[in-house]
Design a protein around this ligand. Structure first.
Ligand SMILES: Cc1cc2nc3c(=O)[nH]c(=O)nc-3n(C[C@H](O)[C@H](O)[C@H](O)COP(=O)(O)OP(=O)(O)OC[C@H]3O[C@@H](n4cnc5c(N)ncnc54)[C@H](O)[C@@H]3O)c2cc1C
Length: 384
């Protein structure tokens, strides 16, 4: 393991940093207030090759390694979690999943459109009654002469209103004597299909306000026979492998939020004066910053290690879950401390730390909550 960055890794880090700091950061507050992201953000990410991620060049991807991709997510996450979240779903959950499980026709047709952002992807697993327990999804797939009819509901689906393609997980009739999760099958659904409708999520979201989330209702939504991803009855494996890719993106995004909290606190500790001194001279404030920096470095090594392992082509579920758990928990703590350290100013959106705190709570929940990451880690360590 060598974390001296290669010229390629440095290139992707600096491309993402320049884009994130010059283009995204200046409008992050406005995007949060308006609850949307301009199309130009997606167009520029595609033009820079960021959305191509680690997808191979053969399919229009950028062919970067997983560490380069993690460095991009960290830079985007430092500026805006909604932008980073958009990319993680599109690039890691959707594109990598199709690259891993798709037939050559599916890959040739869909991946170049996704890599160039001509088409946006979303990943639809969660349902009103099935979140952490993905095996209990209720969406049904009924087999017809030339395909399938999907009926059910999906909630909290990131990018759903923007998406031309949804990976939808649904159950075929359960085979006698098998467990419920084995009935899950993944379908590549054209979102323009009759019977595929999108509704606004109820309420106002705590964070990720510039992200696009929707409630999808499927009613006899027809999917042609050649749009099964990874084969009938293999959907649970497809879903979990996609989460392995996505969780690394979430962990790297948390590094970015954590770094942004640290930077904001250091600036504030240097400039804010009370009791005749800059607050950075008070030992309690120094302790907060020391802990924030140390936990950031610990998260960084877990994330880089998981990315490195992924690039070795070996199983890295354990490393990815540990990185996601530690990086998100440490960043939640950092964001919480950052608001306190900014005093009353931290409680207002005059400063970005309150947004960091609202956004980071999402990273702690999606793609498997911290509780679920602990279950994954314990199972890997103890055995099932
Ligand atoms: C901003 C955002 C974006 C999202 N984007 C997507 C998306 O693009 N696609 C998608 O499919 N989903 C998406 N989700 C949904 C997300 O993945 C789920 O919310 C998450 O998996 C948790 O499921 P749940 O909300 O049903 O909570 P539940 O599963 O009901 O969990 C409630 C609580 O119980 C705990 N819990 C559950 N089971 C156990 C257990 N066995 N042991 C200990 N504790 C347990 C959980 O950790 C949690 O604290 C998104 C969610 C958010 C907030």
């Amino acid at each position: 393991m060598n974390f001296t960055f290669s010229p390629d890794q440095l290139h992707w880090q600096s491309t993402a940093r320049t884009f994130a700091q010059d283009v995204v950061a200046p409008i992050a507050r406005a995007m949060d207030e308006n609850g949307s992201m301009p199309d130009s953000i997606v167009e520029q990410m595609a033009a820079l090759g960021l959305l191509g991620g680690s997808l191979s060049k053969e399919f229009g991807g950028s062919g970067m390694d997983s560490l380069s991709l993690a460095l991009i997510y960290a830079e985007l996450g430092r500026a805006c979690s909604s932008v980073r979240g958009f990319m993680t779903v599109h690039t890691s959950l959707v594109m990598k999943c199709i690259e891993q499980w798709g037939s050559s026709d599916q890959k040739n047709e869909l991946l170049p459109q996704l890599a160039s952002a001509k088409m946006i992807g979303c990943y639809a697993l969660t349902e009103p009654e099935a979140g952490s327990d993905a095996a209990s999804i209720k969406t049904q797939a009924e087999k017809t002469k030339d395909g399938y009819l999907l009926t059910g509901e999906k909630i909290w689906i990131t990018n759903a209103n923007l998406a031309g393609l949804a990976i939808v997980f649904a159950k075929l009739p359960q085979i006698e004597g098998t467990k419920p999760h084995t009935a899950i099958t993944a379908f590549l659904v054209d979102t323009k299909t009759k019977g595929f409708t999108r509704k606004k999520m109820p309420g106002k979201e705590l964070g990720h306000r510039a992200s696009d989330h929707a409630h999808i209702v499927l009613k006899d939504c027809f999917v042609p026979a050649n749009r099964v991803l990874g084969g009938e009855y293999h959907g649970f494996k497809v879903a979990m492998s996609a989460l392995d890719h996505g969780r690394l993106g979430v962990a790297a995004g948390a590094l970015g939020v954590h770094r942004a909290c640290l930077d904001a606190c250091v600036d504030f500790a240097r400039s804010r004066k009370q009791f005749g001194s800059r607050i950075g001279d008070f030992e309690m404030v120094q302790a907060v910053i020391a802990d924030m920096k140390t936990s950031l470095e610990a998260s960084r090594y877990l994330v880089y290690n998981a990315a490195w392992k992924k690039d070795q082509g070996v199983a890295c579920t354990l490393e990815t879950s540990m990185a996601k758990l530690h990086a998100t928990e440490a960043a939640v703590k950092a964001a919480n401390e950052a608001v306190l350290l900014h005093g009353g100013r931290g409680y207002s959106n005059e400063y970005p730390v309150e947004r960091y705190l609202r956004d980071i709570k999402g990273l702690q929940i999606y793609e498997g909550t911290s509780h679920i990451q602990k279950i994954v880690i314990a199972r890997q360590v103890i055995g099932k």
